[in-house]
Design a protein around this ligand. Structure first.
Ligand code: AMP
Ligand code: ZN
Length: 714
């Protein structure tokens, strides 16, 4: 410390050294918290801080509000002063349902008159919200959200948070930034361990610990708690302006504010949904708890156009991920092979009640997630059901782990082979998944056919699980033969798979199907043949299907039913979709960069192109597009209406009813809300009907529905 001693012995030297130390300390803070790239150890940091403290003690005239020494906490306070927020801190509308996310997007598009809206998707941080006010680059005030209009002045406490810069390189008269204070996962564990040692009550969760800390009147206590913070918004701004959320986030990061490590700009709501799902999978990469994602319109000009309600902005929506939970025992892990070959680990559970149904299986996502959560067979696990998502294992009750439980290792578990075909498996680093490499794997073929014939794709009736399995795999056939010489005897024949890809379906003959019918032995030969012929006819009839059904059925990653309809409507033929470059695709409403990329990627594969050529040769139509709303009668009862179907209709399947409505220009939506125009309620309609009644939305029963369908033609 010779250097410090000599430099600081004169008052001018002391001032200079203090300034140097402050700049150094803030720089290292920033490297540590905002950039996660520290250059010096904690010890070296503490030594610099101590030097500055000693310097300020020896020269009290050097003390400054923005000095890093203030982070250790000043004098205890009597209480918190109330401060008014110049710009209110609003709440967010939220939903658990993807359908409502799409409705949010529809409202935004309508209000803006835009076909595709650019959004930012970011984590919804589950901390304690704070607003920081910088005046000419110096932290002048930190406040809690309070009731949104007024909060508490917690500046002394927030100053102790090392992730919060005390000074930033901006000379704007006012720059308010908003975000969440939080306790990181490791910090929380450490803090509770300390409290346990000291015999103090433990905190229930990081959020409570953070809220409790920020309400401490003694800043020294707060300083001893390793709080952190992350920022995602601004409040009052004067002398500085941003045009988009993305620009603002980048600028905050540049100024030294920690911002979320995972956030994306997305074109259209389908891209948003892909990212929201990715965020949920990658939650473990964040150091804080997250209770969902927030989607915000990117452009601030559009924010002003959309405005806010009294409570929440119209340009943003929180998509919450959770939560009904239950505990049960993980009896085993099976590996399912899907249509893309991915080996998905599935939890086999001791059956348990959850959100009104009995659950005996749940998803484990992938190998990385199992490792991260350290889930082992035999463990007592917590399962969760979130909205429409399938149940998932979210954590382990580690204290109830039986002795001898071993960490999960997917390739070892699978014995190094595909559990279905015995083929090689390999790890796909991008998807965090193991895949069966054998494209002829019966499980993959089965998955592709199941998807192709499903209701929301080619909708071919008569395909049960068992017949699909029989067509895609080898069939053992027992036949009684009588050659007249030795009398009747049973012979066993093995038939090869009849279908290797979806195009092979169109080459099936009634005879080929009949030989593989699972109930063959039980039915009379004539009856069996009749059923096989019927299935064959249904396959034949599907050749004339609308293009969107085919597009969806092909199983292009990220292309669901809705998007398939859009692509079909916009481009008109499969050849046009195949020929479209990424730019053309990305211009279509709801098709963002990600989706455009996966469509291109799909058609680049030789194998997929070959299947398509086979479909063409078989006579499958590639260009049937019905312009439903355009041919619909605009005076019809259903035209332009948002309709919800609920309960069971006697004369229609759900799909058929939807189709009838669409043909008459209606939009069929999944949930009842204020914007719903009409509810069609069949037998045993439940909560949706109740909600419609409560909101005063017109309801039709099946008889009225049919009458109105007839009257409004098709
Ligand atoms: P709620 O309290 O459920 O109405 O949610 C609104 C609150 O979520 C906001 O006031 C913020 O404190 C908080 N929040 C967390 N993460 C974000 C984010 N990325 N963007 C906006 N608000 C967020
Ligand atoms: Zn396989």
């Amino acid at each position: 410390m010779i250097r410090g001693m000599t430099a600081s012995s004169s008052p001018a030297g002391a001032r200079e050294r203090a300034a140097q130390l402050r700049a150094e300390l803030e720089r290292h803070n920033r490297l540590y918290y905002a950039e996660a790239a520290p250059e010096i150890s904690d010890r070296e940091f503490d030594a610099l801080l101590r030097e500055l403290q000693e310097l300020e003690a020896a020269h009290p005239e050097l003390a400054a509000a923005d000095s890093p020494t203030r982070r250790v906490g000043g004098e205890p306070l009597e209480g918190f002063r109330t401060v008014k927020h110049a710009v209110p801190m609003l709440s967010l509308d939220n939903t658990y349902s993807l359908e409502e996310m799409r409705e949010f997007d529809a409202r935004v598009r309508k209000a803006l008159g835009e076909e595709t809206v650019e959004y930012v998707l970011e984590p919804k941080v589950d901390g304690v919200s704070v607003s920081l006010r910088y005046e000419r680059g110096v932290l002048a005030l930190a406040a809690t959200r309070g009731n949104g209009k007024e909060g508490d002045d917690i500046t002394a406490n927030v100053r102790t948070i090392r992730a919060v810069p005390l000074r930033i390189s901006s000379d704007a008269p006012v720059l308010e930034v908003r975000g969440e204070a939080y306790l990181g996962r490791a910090a929380f564990v450490w803090l509770n361990a300390e409290r346990e040692r000291a015999g103090e009550p433990l905190f229930a969760n990081p959020r409570n610990a953070t809220a409790g800390s920020l309400k401490q009147l003694d800043p020294k206590v707060v300083a001893a708690r390793p709080l952190s913070a992350v920022f995602y918004a601004t409040g009052e701004l004067n002398g500085v302006a941003f045009e988009t959320q993305a620009e603002m986030l980048r600028e905050l990061a540049r100024l030294g504010f920690p911002v979320a490590k995972l956030w994306w700009t997305c074109r259209g709501i389908e891209d948003v949904i892909v990212r929201a799902e990715e965020l949920q999978r990658r939650e473990g990469e964040l150091d804080y708890e997250m209770d969902g994602a927030v989607v915000k319109v990117n452009s601030f000009r559009r924010w002003r156009q959309l405005g806010t309600t009294a409570k929440a902005p119209r340009y943003a929506m929180a998509y919450k991920y959770s939560h009904e939970q239950a505990q049960t025992v993980l009896k085993g892990i099976t590996l399912q092979v899907g249509r893309t070959g991915v080996l998905t680990p599935v939890a086999e559970l001791e059956p348990v009640e959850l959100a009104g149904s009995t659950i005996s299986r749940a998803t484990l996502h992938n190998e990385d997630e199992i490792r991260r959560k350290d889930i082992r067979v035999g463990d007592t696990v917590v399962i969760e059901k979130a909205g429409e998502v399938i149940p998932a294992v979210v954590s382990v009750a580690a204290e109830r782990r039986p002795p001898g439980a071993v960490p999960f290792d997917l390739p070892a578990h699978a014995g190094g082979k595909c559990p279905v075909c015995g083929g090689d498996i390999s790890r796909d680093p991008e998807a965090a998944a193991w895949r069966c490499e054998n494209l002829d794997c019966p499980a993959q073929i089965r998955g592709r056919i199941e998807h192709f014939v499903s209701r929301k794709a080619m909708d071919i009736e008569g395909f049960g699980e068992a017949i699909i399995e029989a067509l895609a795999g080898e069939t053992r056939l027992r036949e009684t033969v009588d050659d007249g010489l030795f009398g009747a005897r049973t012979e066993e024949k093995i038939l090869p798979p009849a279908v290797r890809d979806v195009a092979d379906l169109y080459a099936l003959t009634p005879e080929a199907i009949e030989l593989r019918r699972p109930n063959r032995a039980a039915d009379a030969k004539k009856q069996s043949m009749k059923l096989a012929t019927k299935l064959c006819a249904a396959i034949e009839a599907s050749k004339g299907n609308e293009l969107w059904r085919l597009l969806h059925g092909l199983g292009i990653p990220n292309v669901g039913e809705g998007l398939a309809r859009k692509l079909a409507g916009e481009l008109g033929s499969l050849d046009a979709v195949m020929a479209a470059d990424e730019e053309t695709l990305a211009r279509i409403p709801d098709v963002g960069g990600i989706v455009a990329g996966s469509i291109r990627e799909f058609f680049r594969h030789e194998r997929n192109r070959a299947v398509i050529e086979k479909l063409r040769r078989a006579g499958v139509r590639f260009d049937r597009v019905e312009r439903a709303a355009e041919t619909a009668n605009p005076d019809g009862v259903f035209f332009g209406k948002r309709v919800v179907l609920t309960g069971t209709l006697a004369a229609f399947t759900r799909e058929a009813a939807q189709e009838e409505l669409r043909r008459r220009g209606a939009r069929v939506v999944g949930t009842v809300g204020k914007t719903t125009d009409l509810v069609v309620a069949g037998e045993a309609a439940g909560s949706k009907l109740e909600k419609a009644r409560a909101l005063g939305i017109p309801v039709m029963d099946e008889a009225e529905f049919r009458r109105n369908l007839d009257e409004s033609g098709s």
